[in-house]
Design a protein around this ligand. Structure first.
Ligand SMILES: C[S@@+](CC[C@H](N)C(=O)[O-])C[C@H]1O[C@@H](n2cnc3c(N)ncnc32)[C@H](O)[C@@H]1O
Length: 286
């Protein structure tokens, strides 16, 4: 392990950064967001947080650590987490999950909704909204009358900026290029000029965006028939991942589905899930 007050040889040297400051920051981020930052991430941490130091006019990481620890450091702790999180996402990313929804999940959810049951889906760690919008487009293409039934998709993320972008529902043409042709008519506003596209009103109406830290309290009351939590827990340690899988299980009825990222796994020996498709799990009954 690198020595505490040893200076880190950062690329531009604009701000001094020591290993003990790196470890203080890593501990704070782990405590607040569950994200593990190994020493190998030091250049990433430096370059992302150097922007914060410039933005708020600080001269050193020492000053930054003092601010983060102080009572007035609340907003900056949030800004730091936003700066550190990786928000990469795409419409219809890992498209096998949308095929799985269409073929194996939605047929029964649609008939349950049509018979008056409540149906809830959750995109946990939704980033800028492409994931929940892809779920909503897949659903609406199968069930154009979805809005007249009790169906909602909750979309949450720790990063308020991502929630703002999700609510804005406006994307560049190149971001929207990932939306397959079959969903464009239902998914995008028509007749909109300019360089951007906007998600159609009927797709937007199916989604509720909210800020939520997966490590904190979950104020939602009801259960979820489908949870997407993809490429989020990959940044957490195993213990935190286990805690999240256990809490998801507690929010799902037997037979509900959990879709996770391509490099993630749910340990089915410790949690009541069975793998039913590529990175898609079904909650087992007891
Ligand atoms: C790589 S993106 C994945 C987005 C989307 N699920 C996908 O697969 O395309 C990871 C998202 O998880 C969010 N995140 C990280 N830690 C979180 C936490 N503790 N609680 C809630 N969201 C978190 C980040 O802000 C980021 O938007």
């Amino acid at each position: 392990m690198s020595g505490s007050n040893e200076l880190i040889p950062v690329p531009d040297g604009e701000f001094t950064f020591t290993w003990s400051e790196f470890r203080e920051i890593a501990a704070l981020i782990h405590g607040e967001a569950g994200i593990v930052l190994s020493e190998g991430k030091v250049n990433l941490v430096y370059s992302r947080l150097a922007k914060r130091l410039r933005a708020i006019g600080l001269r050193s990481f020492r000053e930054y650590c003092e601010l983060l620890k102080s009572k007035s450091g609340n907003d900056e702790r949030q800004a730091m987490i936003s700066a550190i999180t990786t928000n990469v996402t795409r419409f219809f990313r890992e498209s096998h999950h949308f095929d799985f929804l269409r073929e194996s999940v939605f047929p029964s959810l649609v008939s349950r909704a049509r018979s008056g049951e409540r149906v809830r889906l959750w995109s946990a760690g939704c980033s800028s909204g492409e994931e929940p919008y892809s779920i909503a487009m897949t659903l609406l293409a199968m069930m154009p009358d979805a809005l007249s039934h009790d169906i909602l998709i909750l979309a949450t993320d720790i990063d308020p900026e991502m929630i703002k972008r999700g609510k804005a529902a406006t994307y560049t043409q190149s971001q929207a290029a990932g939306i397959p042709d079959e969903f464009r008519a239902i998914g995008l506003e028509k007749g909109r000029g300019g360089p951007d596209v906007r998600i159609s009103e009927c797709v937007r109406a199916l989604i509720r965006f909210n800020e939520l830290n997966l490590l904190g309290a979950w104020p939602m009351k009801g259960q979820f028939d489908v949870i997407f939590c993809r490429n989020v827990v990959i940044y957490f340690d195993e213990e935190t991942q286990d805690e999240i899988w256990g809490r998801f299980a507690g929010m799902m009825p037997d037979g509900a589905f959990l879709c996770i990222g391509h490099s993630e796994r749910v340990p089915v020996d410790r949690h009541p899930f069975e793998l039913v498709a590529q990175t898609a799990y079904r909650k087992r009954g007891n």
